[in-house]
Design a protein around this ligand. Structure first.
Ligand code: CU
Length: 113
């Protein structure tokens, strides 16, 4: 009897290399809205004149709280001329106005029924 020696060599090379886990950039969805304008409260007023060409509107307005302005009649610039299609002289309105670098801009205007 011939003893057969079988040498079974199993070589397992385990390369356990600690690779620094690349930090995956957190794809955080930011749902913040594009809200560049200041918060402007709605002010009561009455339209005296609309100048669509110039994009200006004259309003006899009540206190404008966010501008700390008492009631008076004055000319405002409309943020968008198309806004002025909705109103005409004599209309009672609610509107929002901001101070854009010294220029008073109506950002929103709607007739009050
Ligand atoms: Cu005013």
């Amino acid at each position: 009897m011939k003893p057969i020696k079988r040498a079974l060599t199993a070589i397992a090379v385990v390369a356990a290399t600690m690779v620094g886990v690349p930090s995956i950039a957190n794809a955080q969805m930011d749902h913040s809205k594009m809200d560049a304008t200041q918060m402007a409260s709605m002010t009561d007023g009455e339209v005296r004149k609309v100048d669509k060409e110039a994009g200006k509107v004259t309003i006899k307005h009540g206190d404008i709280k966010n501008l700390d302005m008492p009631g008076m009649t004055m000319i405002f610039t409309a943020k968008d001329k198309a806004m002025l299609d909705k109103v005409q002289a004599g209309d009672k309105v609610k509107f929002a106005v901001i101070n854009d670098g010294g220029k008073l801009v109506v950002t929103e205007i709607q007739p009050v029924k």
